[in-house]
Write a protein that binds this ligand. Structure first.
Ligand code: NAD
Length: 487
């Protein structure tokens, strides 16, 4: 398969992006291509002083531009202009993402980028429609709830959907009147840097978006522990989320939104449309090779249709052929790194050692790059590591049930509660069970997010705190103040 472009000819943004310009610093972390294993470039690692420089730039930009105090429609218009430029620059942005991530160029260009631009527009549109409330008090008084931006939001994003995740954080924070200091994953920094550069070219105040590069323990911790970061918004693993909570507790309390890991169940009843279920399960776990927080990774199926479903899934899984992220046609994604591939494989092998059976997959593809075969694991009990642990790879487990209660018991994860899927033609059952499922999202007869950005996303239990998307994400970027006036 030929590549659409020569990665070595790509001009990579270099340095932190602070106050509207690139700040050079010595390189500390290599950036690799998961498609080939080749080194693409290297980035610096911002220490506490560099993070402080970004925070001061954010504070100055807000003050100088009066961003939070503008007529809301002015913010709205400025964000629309930025969204337009993001769409116009889709080709460059997509290349900068595909060069080091697991996302295929063609998918990013036609999917992630226009959808991100739309999300920014969605949040921009809330700027002059959300906020504040009059409250009933005595006629001798006047009471209202004022609604104000925080100031500077510290955002930290993962590697699995770099542009989309940056959009989830930047859209609501900026629309709500804040400035942002954002740290993308050290593995996928380039598209986020370019998005920030585009914001300045679109006319947003320089310093409103600052991007600092680096790892979690150094740069991430300097952001979450900075006294003038007023709110933290994080997407990543539950392990890092816990470290962030700890750091915030130690360095000074501040509000946080945490979008964390999951181990989402997909329950298939005997009356389900099995072809539909197999299609949705395949997309729900094999898109981005399972590197999706909401991946439907635990299939819980009625015993009488289990064999049929397993056969359909095995057929579907066999169709996925790996392709470089720069290929002309989107293929099966690589895992982000060899380390991640080793982690996925070690859980699969541990599952087999504990008695599970491999229906398909269970090994890497024989080619260069970090590609792992679509894997279906049967005969697992509830304590098997493939059932309990977030694998973040193209791996599903298969468990069977006889009764609705048994299905609910299997679906319940002791710690995670991010998403879930239900397949049944019985609408009463579907509605009844949506109430019983412990998760922030339930999809019925579909699996995966739609383009309805009004629906919030976020986990229950150890899957998170607060929401991204929807009105809730906008509101999470503002804080309320109660005002009572004696007349
Ligand atoms: P990760 O937690 O390793 O890293 C995420 C980001 O946090 C990176 O930028 C990293 O540098 C930073 N980080 C790591 N440790 C930190 C610390 N102690 N302090 C501050 N920052 C720190 O996660 P990942 O491997 O990049 O992404 C995969 C994980 O993200 C999965 O668990 C997945 O479920 C989760 N995720 C969740 C959602 C959601 O909406 N719930 C969306 C996407 C990904």
């Amino acid at each position: 398969m030929t590549s659409l472009f020569d990665f070595s000819q790509l001009s990579l943004p270099s340095g932190h992006f602070i106050g509207g310009e690139y700040i050079q610093s010595s390189d500390a972390i290599d950036v690799l291509s998961p498609s080939t294993g080749a080194k693409i470039g290297a980035i610096p690692c911002a220490d506490a002083r560099m993070v402080d420089r970004a925070v001061q730039a954010a504070i100055a930009a807000r003050q100088d531009s009066n961003w939070g105090g503008l007529r809301p429609r002015e913010r709205l218009k400025a964000l629309h202009t930025w969204a337009d430029l993001i769409e116009a620059e889709a080709e460059t942005l997509a290349k900068l993402e595909a060069v080091c991530s697991s996302r295929p160029l063609v998918t990013v260009r036609s999917g992630d980028i226009p959808v991100t631009a739309e999300k920014i527009r969605f949040f921009a549109e809330l700027a002059d429609k959300e906020g504040g409330d009059l409250v009933p008090v005595s006629d001798q008084q006047f009471g209202f709830i004022s609604d104000e931006p925080y100031g500077v939001v510290g955002a930290i994003t993962p590697w699995n959907f770099p542009i989309s995740m940056a959009g989830w954080k930047l859209g609501p924070a900026l629309a709500a009147g804040n400035a942002v200091v954002l740290k993308p994953s050290e593995m996928t920094p380039y598209s986020t840097l370019y998005m920030a550069e585009l914001s300045v070219r679109a006319g947003l105040p320089a310093g409103l978006i600052n991007v600092v590069l680096g790892d979690g323990p150094t740069t991430g911790a300097a952001i979450t522990g900075h006294a003038q970061i007023d709110k933290v918004s994080f997407t990543g693993s539950t392990r890092a989320g816990a470290a962030i909570m700890e750091n915030i507790a130690r360095t000074g309390i501040k509000p946080m939104t945490l979008e964390l890991g999951g181990k989402s169940p997909v329950i298939v009843f005997e009356d389900a449309d099995l072809d539909l279920a197999a299609n949705c399960i395949d997309r729900g776990i094999m898109s981005n090779a399972g590197q999706i927080c909401v991946a439907g990774s635990r299939i819980i199926v009625a015993r009488e249709v289990a064999d049929d479903l397993a056969e359909k899934l095995t057929d579907q899984f066999a169709r996925h052929q790996p392709a470089g992220t720069g290929a002309e046609v989107a293929g099966f994604s690589p895992l982000i790194s060899e380390i991640q591939l080793g982690r996925v494989d070690s859980i699969v092998q541990a599952a087999v050692a504990k008695g599970a059976k491999l229906r398909c997959g269970g090994a890497r593809f024989e080619r260069s790059g970090s590609y792992y075969q679509p894997t279906l694991i049967c005969d697992v009990d509830a304590m098997n590591p493939a059932v309990t642990e977030e694998i973040f790879g193209p791996v599903v487990t298969f468990q069977t049930f006889d009764t609705e209660d048994e299905a609910m018991e299997l679906a319940r994860h002791p710690t995670y509660g991010l998403s879930s899927g239900l397949f049944t033609r019985d609408l009463s059952r579907a509605l009844r069970l949506t109430r019983r499922i412990e998760a922030g999202t339930v999809w019925v007869n579909r699996y995966g997010r739609s383009l309805d950005h009004i629906l919030p996303t976020g986990g229950w239990k150890a899957s998170g705190l607060g929401k991204d998307l929807g009105r809730e994400a906008y509101r999470a970027n503002r804080r309320s103040k109660a005002v009572l006036i004696d007349l």
